[in-house]
Design a protein around this ligand. Structure first.
Ligand SMILES: [Zn+2]
Length: 53
């Protein structure tokens, strides 16, 4: 599932830039900010503890 900057976040969580993997955080109902590098398309992921290796 993807999301775009300026859209309302459908859930609270982290959004990862589809272009550069930068992470932004948005709360449910808030507008999703742009990536710090100027990209506007994000992939949504759940807040999961731990890292994949
Ligand atoms: Zn980016």
């Amino acid at each position: 599932m993807s999301a775009k900057a300026g859209e309302k976040a459908q859930k609270t969580g982290d959004f990862y830039c589809a272009s550069c993997d930068e992470k932004v955080h948005a709360q449910q109902g808030d507008k999703i900010p742009e990536c710090p590098n100027g990209h506007k398309t994000f992939e949504t992921r759940r807040n999961e503890p731990g890292n994949k290796s």
